[in-house]
Design a protein around this ligand. Sequence first.
Ligand SMILES: Nc1ncnc2c1ncn2[C@@H]1O[C@H](COP(=O)(O)OP(=O)(O)OP(=O)(O)O)[C@@H](O)[C@H]1O
Length: 573
Amino acid sequence: MEAFQLLSRGGAKFDKKRFTNDVALFKEGGTSNSSHHKTSAAAADPLQTGELPAELDFFKYAQGGSGTPAKRKAPPTTVHQRKKARLSAEPDDDDDAPPAASSMPKHRVTAKGRDVPAPAETFEALRERYDVSSHLVQNLRESGIVEPTGIQANGIPILMEGRDLAAISPTGTGKTIAYLLPIFAALNAPSGKDSGTGVRAVILAPTRELAGQIHNECLKLAQGRKWRIVLFSKATASTLADKNVRDKVDIVISTPLRLVSSLQAGALDLNNVRHLVLDEADRMLDAEFLPQIQEIVGACSRSDIQKAVFSATLPAGAEKTANEMLTDPIRIVVGLKDTPLPLISQTLTYVRDDHSKLPSLLSYLAQPYNPPVLIFTSTQPRAASLAEELVLNGISNVDCLHAGLSKKEREDAVSRMRRGESWVMVSTEVMARGMDFKGVREVINYDFPTSVQSYVHRIGRTGRAGREGKAVTYFTDDDAPFLKPIANVLLQSGSTVPEWILKLPKPSKMKRKAMGKVKRDEIVNSARKIGRNDAVKKRDMIAGSKRRTAKAAAGETKPRSVRETPGGDDSDS
Ligand SMILES: Nc1ncnc2c1ncn2[C@@H]1O[C@H](COP(=O)(O)OP(=O)(O)OP(=O)(O)O)[C@@H](O)[C@H]1O
């Protein structure tokens, strides 16, 4: 992996002299072609400072780097390329910069349930109505969050009034703050004598990476107060095994499995929990996680516990399960259910078969593209294999993240992505949900998504916080039976779909279930596969011949009744 990192980092240098004209172009000012970006763009525009914006200064990361300079596309030269480059010159892509606050698109909101509270259009209105501490609002402001998004304006009052909530809002529309702010406001202050003993709020997320990101958002809201917020891991779990320590904890963020193993070991109690949130609720309530969620819900024994579920997608089955868990809930839907934002321009691209994808991707990346690009594959070996192929083909700053890597490797990959050091990140479903890398310009579904929900979440890694994004989905003949449901998502969110796709028959329920199960090779390059197969064949032949020689030699010395052990040296297992 380290060698891979070194290779993929390249050693290119940006010759600013040679590209003076293009540098000057960037200095002229990066106008966004989207009107709702303009206010914040002007405020935080790095172009006005005369510097290349971080995400365009591709080469700064390689400064001082040694090794072969990476083959890299030329900076934009045609009008079209310049326009594209300007588009990618939007500001604030590093994590510390304020997001495109007041420019989030407005969506229709539908609410269902008893006594739905009126939305609060400003944080000030929220503060006055519910006596939210001005310190919290100030902390939000310092993160660049000054005006609530649709889910925040509508969802926060519901939670502040103590109601259970099922919230559905598109990807990148600020659901995290929508549940975090009410938790902080309701807990009021870090654990004290009158708050009982033990954890007071639990937030569950499906992946370590997402739990880590939610933890970071918590820390921003917690600024200036001594909140005890714990990101559950092996290490923190063992610290919390000490009752004196865990009694003082305010908020725990965890994946379900980690929390359940502490519960089962008797190293955690949840009988003081007043707020329980399931982020990415449909994933958390699927067959894999449901038993663990049920165990956690069962351990939260306070009768006045408030529960909330959040997701960009909530299929009917998951919603039914959620409703069984919630008490007298309110359901709100921002925009259209299971529909990506129109800010993401989506295309479906036909590639004949699996092995035609790599050449298509390479020629795509040979054109000017807007980094960082996030690429989804269906399995860990395919992610690793594709990342390797991209490196071997001279693409710079390629990274890879999947659940088969060590904790440290996963953390490092996320950090590089946050710092803008990865131009092309190859991943699996582990990155599909919740991850907020603001700078992601493009998502490429190298392998067809496993469901409509998977599609919506994957492409939702771009087009966040009011920014524009682009999503390309490759499909082969094998994927064709599953095309229709995805095409409908495109249509619903305002993208165009070729007529012939629309005429495809609707797949049966059985077929839809088979969607994620298309068999694909572990190796994405068929040529290399032939090479590998040849190597395996050759190795087997040599081993077989050695075995025969040894057998013959043994035959000379051993009695005939001694048999060879099956699966000897040449066993591939
Ligand atoms: N009121 C706001 N104004 C501007 N930006 C905001 C606001 N609230 C949140 N954001 C920013 O929007 C981005 C997306 O927020 P968040 O990750 O909470 O989205 P989400 O709806 O949970 O997405 P997903 O469904 O992918 O999990 C974050 O970078 C966050 O800082």
